[in-house]
Ligand binder design. Sequence first.
Ligand code: B12
Ligand code: SF4
Ligand code: SF4
Length: 358
Amino acid sequence: MVAVPYAEEGRDAGRFEAWVRAGRAGTMNYLKRTGQNPGRDSDTEPGGEKGPLVRARMGIPFPWARSAIVCFAGYDSAQPRSVDLAEEGAGWIARYAWSGRRDAGGVRRPSDYHKVLLKRIKALEARLHTEFGEFEARGYVDTGPLVERALATAAGLGWTGKNTCLIHPKLGSFGFLAVLVTSLDVEAAQQPLRVPDRCGSCTRCLDACPTDALIAPYQMDATQCIAYLTIEHKGTIDAELMEGMGRQVLGCDICQDVCPWNRKSPLSGDAELEAREELVNPALEWLAGLDEAEFARQFNGSPVRRTGFQGLKRNVAIAMGNSGLRRFVPRLEQWAEAADEGLRTAAGWALERLSLKQ
Ligand code: B12
Ligand code: SF4
Ligand code: SF4
């Protein structure tokens, strides 16, 4: 639990503003909303309104806030890393998106950390109301108007690594953040100690990032990050970035998989966030062959849903181009005629790349 505004809020607000104004947020317009009209997109967009960025300071969206409870929920599992050798023709879906839970009949269904953790944050809020009575509160997992990693660092959960992830000294960085903003006061004596930066002279994440998205230690240009390209970016992907995307079809774990702080991170064992084995090193052929109904069956209620049916195919086409495997040519030829421009362009690029590799 940390009092808000926390001591380093001004510094963090400056970093966030500089990042957005430098264009690092790409098309993620929700990050650019301004204070005067939080419902609209940024003053950095043509026609947008001037004013402070809503997310930069807690006092803008939550003028009543006095404290925040920040939770870290580990999601590492006993599965391979994206940087390990994999079978020929395998793609990669990021670890956070593999999750599933068993229903009453024992069948594993997709689960999504947003929903799973929000339910827990709401349960925590209900318990606090029983103890402290009436107060204002809002719970968020990922989608709230706040910079969760900055808040988690202030709450003493870990440090911001050079890969920009929040690293917990014992649990590593494979963890989700969940926040409960409250109007409850915290005593000064209860303020958490900050965890010092333990990256030292290591630069593994910067060296391993295949698209050079980590432009400097602690700084990412999201427009070059594979997680952004495969999930957030709609339509056509810049051809210059496609080769670096390798076999990642949804999200990217590379800068965390090479991090020494994740070598011994404990396995989560969370029954609502179990790894769905079929999504670990998934065969590109399998993903390519999913029709819309099967896509919905596999991914409704899963974070994979966010990229959409066409988006996933586009990403698979790029991974096929990077595979060096000629057996994907017929599928790519079919996609090269697709109505969807993003998919068509990716398939055309992949065919060219495979022909160059002959
Ligand atoms: C937008 C977003 C993205 C974007 C941009 C990521 C980015 N680095 O900014 C994209 C789509 C690329 C992305 C990718 C991923 N994301 Co994301 N994302 C977010 C989101 C919604 C906002 C992040 C944001 O505000 N970015 C703006 C930058 C400026 O803020 P920041 O990254 O927190 O940066 C801080 C540091 O960089 C630091 N800083 C800046 N300069 C300097 C200089 C020094 C010297 C120091 C010490 C620090 C420092 O200060 C900044 C602000 O305080 C948050 C949820 C939220 N509401 O906060 C989740 C969140 C950050 N994402 C998360 C996850 C899990 C991921 C992925 C792992 C998913 C995946 N496997 O594909 C990757 C990780 C990639 C990476 N290396 O960060 C988790 C991170 C958990 C953790 N342990 O860190 C979050 C917190 C969601 C959650 N609730 O769990 N994400
Ligand atoms: S998630 Fe992947 S692309 Fe993004 S910074 Fe890390 S290694 Fe680079
Ligand atoms: S790989 Fe090294 S530099 Fe990067 S976050 Fe981990 S410890 Fe820090």
